[in-house]
Design a protein. Structure first.
Length: 346
Protein backbone atom coordinates (compact mmCIF):
# COMPACT_ATOMS: atom_id res chain seq x y z
CA UNK A 1 0.00 0.00 0.00
CA UNK A 2 1.36 3.45 -0.91
CA UNK A 3 1.57 6.30 1.57
CA UNK A 4 -0.47 9.44 1.03
CA UNK A 5 2.85 11.31 0.67
CA UNK A 6 3.94 9.31 -2.40
CA UNK A 7 2.04 11.47 -4.88
CA UNK A 8 2.69 14.77 -6.61
CA UNK A 9 0.09 17.52 -6.51
CA UNK A 10 -1.65 16.59 -9.77
CA UNK A 11 -1.94 12.92 -8.81
CA UNK A 12 -3.26 13.86 -5.38
CA UNK A 13 -5.90 16.02 -7.06
CA UNK A 14 -6.99 12.98 -9.12
CA UNK A 15 -7.27 10.93 -5.93
CA UNK A 16 -9.36 13.62 -4.23
CA UNK A 17 -11.80 13.78 -7.15
CA UNK A 18 -12.06 9.97 -7.28
CA UNK A 19 -13.21 10.08 -3.65
CA UNK A 20 -15.98 12.54 -4.60
CA UNK A 21 -14.37 15.40 -2.71
CA UNK A 22 -14.09 18.96 -4.07
CA UNK A 23 -10.81 19.76 -5.84
CA UNK A 24 -9.84 22.48 -3.34
CA UNK A 25 -9.28 19.70 -0.80
CA UNK A 26 -6.15 18.71 -2.74
CA UNK A 27 -4.44 22.01 -1.88
CA UNK A 28 -5.43 21.73 1.78
CA UNK A 29 -4.19 18.15 1.98
CA UNK A 30 -0.97 18.71 0.04
CA UNK A 31 -0.03 21.80 2.07
CA UNK A 32 -0.72 19.99 5.34
CA UNK A 33 1.35 16.95 4.40
CA UNK A 34 4.20 19.05 3.02
CA UNK A 35 4.28 21.01 6.25
CA UNK A 36 5.31 17.72 7.88
CA UNK A 37 1.93 16.84 9.41
CA UNK A 38 0.18 13.52 9.83
CA UNK A 39 -3.44 13.39 8.66
CA UNK A 40 -4.78 13.74 12.21
CA UNK A 41 -2.86 17.02 12.59
CA UNK A 42 -4.35 18.65 9.49
CA UNK A 43 -7.21 20.63 11.00
CA UNK A 44 -8.96 21.95 7.88
CA UNK A 45 -10.08 18.57 6.51
CA UNK A 46 -12.84 16.46 8.05
CA UNK A 47 -12.49 13.25 10.02
CA UNK A 48 -14.69 11.45 7.46
CA UNK A 49 -12.38 12.50 4.62
CA UNK A 50 -9.32 11.36 6.58
CA UNK A 51 -10.95 7.97 7.12
CA UNK A 52 -11.64 7.68 3.38
CA UNK A 53 -7.96 8.33 2.67
CA UNK A 54 -6.73 5.88 5.30
CA UNK A 55 -8.92 3.14 3.86
CA UNK A 56 -6.82 3.31 0.68
CA UNK A 57 -3.44 4.77 1.67
CA UNK A 58 -0.99 4.77 4.55
CA UNK A 59 -0.56 7.93 6.64
CA UNK A 60 2.50 10.22 6.76
CA UNK A 61 5.21 7.54 6.72
CA UNK A 62 7.83 8.60 9.29
CA UNK A 63 8.59 10.26 12.59
CA UNK A 64 11.68 11.74 14.20
CA UNK A 65 12.85 8.91 16.47
CA UNK A 66 15.99 10.58 17.85
CA UNK A 67 17.80 13.89 17.47
CA UNK A 68 21.36 14.66 18.53
CA UNK A 69 23.14 18.01 18.34
CA UNK A 70 26.87 18.44 17.94
CA UNK A 71 29.04 21.08 19.57
CA UNK A 72 29.43 22.64 16.12
CA UNK A 73 25.65 22.96 15.66
CA UNK A 74 25.26 19.98 13.33
CA UNK A 75 22.11 17.97 14.04
CA UNK A 76 21.74 14.26 13.48
CA UNK A 77 18.22 12.93 12.97
CA UNK A 78 17.08 9.32 13.10
CA UNK A 79 13.81 8.74 11.24
CA UNK A 80 11.61 5.75 12.02
CA UNK A 81 9.24 4.38 9.37
CA UNK A 82 5.89 2.65 9.74
CA UNK A 83 7.53 -0.80 9.45
CA UNK A 84 10.06 -0.01 12.21
CA UNK A 85 13.07 0.54 9.94
CA UNK A 86 15.30 3.53 10.67
CA UNK A 87 17.57 5.80 8.61
CA UNK A 88 19.63 8.89 9.34
CA UNK A 89 19.72 12.49 8.18
CA UNK A 90 22.22 15.22 8.99
CA UNK A 91 21.42 18.94 9.17
CA UNK A 92 24.37 21.28 8.66
CA UNK A 93 24.24 25.03 9.20
CA UNK A 94 26.22 27.28 6.89
CA UNK A 95 26.32 31.04 6.31
CA UNK A 96 23.88 30.68 3.41
CA UNK A 97 21.40 28.54 5.37
CA UNK A 98 20.67 24.92 6.20
CA UNK A 99 21.77 21.90 4.17
CA UNK A 100 20.09 18.57 4.88
CA UNK A 101 21.68 15.24 4.00
CA UNK A 102 19.03 12.57 3.35
CA UNK A 103 18.98 8.79 2.95
CA UNK A 104 17.45 7.00 -0.04
CA UNK A 105 17.62 3.36 1.09
CA UNK A 106 17.56 1.42 4.35
CA UNK A 107 21.12 0.11 4.29
CA UNK A 108 23.09 -0.20 1.05
CA UNK A 109 24.16 -2.98 -1.28
CA UNK A 110 27.38 -1.28 -2.48
CA UNK A 111 29.50 -2.34 0.54
CA UNK A 112 32.27 0.23 0.08
CA UNK A 113 35.21 -0.65 2.32
CA UNK A 114 35.22 2.70 4.18
CA UNK A 115 31.47 3.18 4.78
CA UNK A 116 29.19 2.12 7.65
CA UNK A 117 25.96 2.15 5.61
CA UNK A 118 26.67 -1.14 3.86
CA UNK A 119 27.72 -3.17 6.90
CA UNK A 120 24.34 -4.95 7.07
CA UNK A 121 23.60 -4.88 3.34
CA UNK A 122 20.49 -3.47 1.70
CA UNK A 123 17.27 -3.91 3.69
CA UNK A 124 14.94 -2.13 1.26
CA UNK A 125 14.43 0.93 -0.91
CA UNK A 126 12.67 3.99 0.46
CA UNK A 127 9.60 5.21 -1.38
CA UNK A 128 9.38 8.72 -2.76
CA UNK A 129 7.13 9.69 0.16
CA UNK A 130 9.51 8.20 2.73
CA UNK A 131 12.39 10.29 1.37
CA UNK A 132 10.16 13.37 1.30
CA UNK A 133 9.21 12.73 4.92
CA UNK A 134 12.83 13.18 6.03
CA UNK A 135 12.93 16.68 4.52
CA UNK A 136 9.46 17.73 5.63
CA UNK A 137 9.98 16.58 9.23
CA UNK A 138 13.25 18.49 9.58
CA UNK A 139 11.77 21.59 7.95
CA UNK A 140 8.94 21.45 10.49
CA UNK A 141 11.39 20.83 13.34
CA UNK A 142 13.13 24.07 12.32
CA UNK A 143 9.80 25.89 12.63
CA UNK A 144 9.06 25.86 8.92
CA UNK A 145 6.09 24.86 6.80
CA UNK A 146 5.28 24.46 3.12
CA UNK A 147 4.92 28.26 2.91
CA UNK A 148 7.98 28.98 5.08
CA UNK A 149 10.89 26.82 3.97
CA UNK A 150 13.88 26.70 6.32
CA UNK A 151 16.02 24.21 4.38
CA UNK A 152 17.99 25.81 1.54
CA UNK A 153 19.99 22.89 0.15
CA UNK A 154 19.71 19.11 -0.08
CA UNK A 155 22.39 16.47 -0.51
CA UNK A 156 21.45 12.87 -1.28
CA UNK A 157 24.45 11.43 0.54
CA UNK A 158 22.91 9.52 3.43
CA UNK A 159 22.57 5.75 3.53
CA UNK A 160 21.93 4.05 0.22
CA UNK A 161 22.91 4.50 -3.41
CA UNK A 162 20.35 6.96 -4.85
CA UNK A 163 20.61 5.65 -8.41
CA UNK A 164 19.98 2.09 -7.18
CA UNK A 165 16.51 3.41 -6.26
CA UNK A 166 16.17 5.44 -9.44
CA UNK A 167 12.41 5.86 -9.98
CA UNK A 168 11.59 6.80 -6.37
CA UNK A 169 14.53 9.21 -6.12
CA UNK A 170 13.66 10.99 -9.38
CA UNK A 171 10.02 11.33 -8.26
CA UNK A 172 11.26 12.76 -4.96
CA UNK A 173 13.45 15.29 -6.78
CA UNK A 174 10.58 16.40 -8.99
CA UNK A 175 8.17 16.83 -6.09
CA UNK A 176 10.50 18.57 -3.62
CA UNK A 177 11.48 21.09 -6.32
CA UNK A 178 7.88 21.76 -7.36
CA UNK A 179 6.22 25.10 -6.44
CA UNK A 180 3.44 23.26 -4.57
CA UNK A 181 6.01 21.62 -2.26
CA UNK A 182 9.14 23.22 -0.73
CA UNK A 183 10.27 24.52 -4.14
CA UNK A 184 13.94 23.72 -3.52
CA UNK A 185 15.76 24.53 -6.75
CA UNK A 186 17.42 21.52 -8.42
CA UNK A 187 20.55 23.69 -8.57
CA UNK A 188 20.62 23.54 -4.77
CA UNK A 189 20.45 19.75 -4.74
CA UNK A 190 23.43 17.37 -4.98
CA UNK A 191 23.15 13.65 -5.65
CA UNK A 192 26.05 11.40 -4.67
CA UNK A 193 26.54 8.15 -6.55
CA UNK A 194 29.09 5.33 -6.59
CA UNK A 195 28.96 5.61 -10.36
CA UNK A 196 26.12 3.60 -11.93
CA UNK A 197 26.94 4.72 -15.45
CA UNK A 198 23.69 3.77 -17.18
CA UNK A 199 21.66 5.56 -14.50
CA UNK A 200 23.85 8.69 -14.65
CA UNK A 201 23.27 8.89 -18.40
CA UNK A 202 19.54 8.50 -17.81
CA UNK A 203 19.55 11.16 -15.09
CA UNK A 204 21.25 13.64 -17.41
CA UNK A 205 18.12 13.59 -19.61
CA UNK A 206 15.56 14.16 -16.81
CA UNK A 207 15.66 17.97 -17.06
CA UNK A 208 16.76 18.16 -13.42
CA UNK A 209 19.86 20.39 -13.30
CA UNK A 210 21.15 18.97 -10.01
CA UNK A 211 24.83 18.67 -9.10
CA UNK A 212 26.19 15.20 -9.80
CA UNK A 213 28.67 14.11 -7.14
CA UNK A 214 30.64 10.98 -7.96
CA UNK A 215 32.11 8.95 -5.09
CA UNK A 216 35.44 8.31 -6.80
CA UNK A 217 37.90 7.89 -3.92
CA UNK A 218 40.75 6.59 -6.07
CA UNK A 219 43.26 7.86 -8.65
CA UNK A 220 42.86 4.78 -10.86
CA UNK A 221 40.69 1.73 -11.45
CA UNK A 222 42.98 -0.71 -9.67
CA UNK A 223 42.76 1.05 -6.31
CA UNK A 224 39.05 1.84 -6.78
CA UNK A 225 38.21 -1.83 -7.34
CA UNK A 226 39.96 -2.74 -4.07
CA UNK A 227 37.93 -0.33 -1.94
CA UNK A 228 34.66 -0.20 -3.92
CA UNK A 229 33.23 -3.50 -5.22
CA UNK A 230 30.92 -1.61 -7.61
CA UNK A 231 34.00 -0.46 -9.54
CA UNK A 232 34.41 -3.96 -10.95
CA UNK A 233 31.13 -3.54 -12.84
CA UNK A 234 31.57 0.14 -13.77
CA UNK A 235 35.11 0.71 -14.98
CA UNK A 236 37.08 3.80 -13.98
CA UNK A 237 37.79 5.17 -17.45
CA UNK A 238 34.17 4.67 -18.53
CA UNK A 239 32.96 6.50 -15.41
CA UNK A 240 35.10 9.55 -16.20
CA UNK A 241 33.75 9.55 -19.76
CA UNK A 242 30.23 9.38 -18.31
CA UNK A 243 30.94 12.39 -16.07
CA UNK A 244 32.00 14.36 -19.14
CA UNK A 245 28.75 13.39 -20.89
CA UNK A 246 26.77 14.55 -17.85
CA UNK A 247 28.45 17.95 -18.07
CA UNK A 248 27.81 18.13 -21.82
CA UNK A 249 24.11 17.24 -21.41
CA UNK A 250 23.36 19.44 -18.38
CA UNK A 251 26.00 22.16 -18.29
CA UNK A 252 26.45 21.36 -14.59
CA UNK A 253 29.89 21.05 -13.03
CA UNK A 254 30.69 17.54 -11.80
CA UNK A 255 32.04 17.05 -8.27
CA UNK A 256 34.30 14.11 -7.43
CA UNK A 257 34.35 13.01 -3.79
CA UNK A 258 37.68 11.68 -2.60
CA UNK A 259 37.85 10.21 0.93
CA UNK A 260 41.50 10.27 1.90
CA UNK A 261 42.60 6.90 3.33
CA UNK A 262 46.04 6.54 4.91
CA UNK A 263 48.38 4.41 2.82
CA UNK A 264 45.73 3.68 0.19
CA UNK A 265 45.07 6.77 -1.94
CA UNK A 266 46.79 9.71 -0.23
CA UNK A 267 50.29 10.01 -1.76
CA UNK A 268 51.57 12.79 -4.01
CA UNK A 269 51.89 10.19 -6.75
CA UNK A 270 48.17 9.43 -6.27
CA UNK A 271 47.37 13.15 -6.59
CA UNK A 272 49.36 13.42 -9.82
CA UNK A 273 47.63 10.38 -11.31
CA UNK A 274 44.21 11.64 -10.24
CA UNK A 275 44.80 15.01 -11.90
CA UNK A 276 45.99 13.31 -15.08
CA UNK A 277 42.98 10.97 -15.26
CA UNK A 278 40.31 13.59 -14.54
CA UNK A 279 41.42 16.35 -16.87
CA UNK A 280 39.40 17.08 -19.98
CA UNK A 281 37.09 19.52 -21.70
CA UNK A 282 34.52 19.80 -18.90
CA UNK A 283 34.04 21.56 -15.56
CA UNK A 284 34.80 19.53 -12.45
CA UNK A 285 35.89 19.90 -8.84
CA UNK A 286 37.50 17.51 -6.35
CA UNK A 287 36.11 17.51 -2.81
CA UNK A 288 38.66 15.91 -0.49
CA UNK A 289 36.99 14.28 2.50
CA UNK A 290 38.81 13.48 5.76
CA UNK A 291 37.77 9.86 6.32
CA UNK A 292 35.25 9.21 9.08
CA UNK A 293 36.79 6.06 10.53
CA UNK A 294 34.45 3.08 10.90
CA UNK A 295 35.73 0.66 13.53
CA UNK A 296 34.43 -2.40 11.71
CA UNK A 297 36.23 -1.41 8.49
CA UNK A 298 39.73 -0.91 9.91
CA UNK A 299 40.81 1.91 7.56
CA UNK A 300 42.53 5.01 8.90
CA UNK A 301 42.08 8.65 7.98
CA UNK A 302 45.02 10.33 6.26
CA UNK A 303 46.68 13.43 7.66
CA UNK A 304 47.64 14.60 4.16
CA UNK A 305 44.39 16.34 3.16
CA UNK A 306 45.79 19.83 2.60
CA UNK A 307 49.03 18.55 1.07
CA UNK A 308 46.93 16.50 -1.35
CA UNK A 309 44.70 19.49 -2.13
CA UNK A 310 47.67 21.77 -2.78
CA UNK A 311 49.22 19.17 -5.09
CA UNK A 312 46.02 19.01 -7.13
CA UNK A 313 45.73 22.80 -7.34
CA UNK A 314 49.33 23.11 -8.56
CA UNK A 315 48.35 20.72 -11.35
CA UNK A 316 45.42 22.92 -12.34
CA UNK A 317 42.66 20.95 -10.59
CA UNK A 318 40.02 22.81 -8.56
CA UNK A 319 39.97 21.19 -5.09
CA UNK A 320 38.81 21.81 -1.53
CA UNK A 321 38.92 19.92 1.76
CA UNK A 322 35.47 19.32 3.22
CA UNK A 323 34.95 20.73 6.70
CA UNK A 324 34.47 17.93 9.23
CA UNK A 325 31.14 18.27 11.05
CA UNK A 326 29.28 16.30 13.70
CA UNK A 327 32.19 14.10 14.78
CA UNK A 328 30.96 13.97 18.39
CA UNK A 329 27.52 12.62 17.35
CA UNK A 330 28.68 9.86 14.99
CA UNK A 331 28.02 12.12 12.02
CA UNK A 332 29.34 9.74 9.36
CA UNK A 333 26.81 8.00 7.18
CA UNK A 334 25.34 4.89 8.83
CA UNK A 335 27.27 5.06 12.11
CA UNK A 336 24.44 6.17 14.40
CA UNK A 337 21.91 3.82 12.81
CA UNK A 338 24.19 0.84 13.39
CA UNK A 339 24.76 1.88 17.02
CA UNK A 340 21.00 2.17 17.66
CA UNK A 341 20.28 -1.18 15.99
CA UNK A 342 22.87 -2.79 18.25
CA UNK A 343 22.05 -0.97 21.51
CA UNK A 344 18.25 -1.05 21.21
CA UNK A 345 17.92 -4.36 19.38
CA UNK A 346 15.63 -2.84 16.74
Amino acid sequence: MQTILDFNFEKLKEIILSLNEPSYRSKQLFEGLHSGKKLEEISNISKAFKEKLLSKYLDFPAEIYKKLESKDGTKKYVFKYLDGNIVEGVLMKYKYGYTLCVSTQVGCRMNCSFCASGLNGLIRNLSCGEILAEVLLVNRDLGGSVKDRKITNLVLMGSGEPLDNYAEVVNFLKIISSPESLNISPRNISLSTCGLIDKIDRLSKENLPITLTISLHAPNGQIREKIMPVAKAYKYDELIKCAKRYFKNTGRRVVYEYALIAGVNDSLKNAEELARNLKGDYSFHVNIIPLNEVKERGLKSSKNAYTFMNALEKLGVSATVRRTMGEDIEGACGQLRNKILKDENL
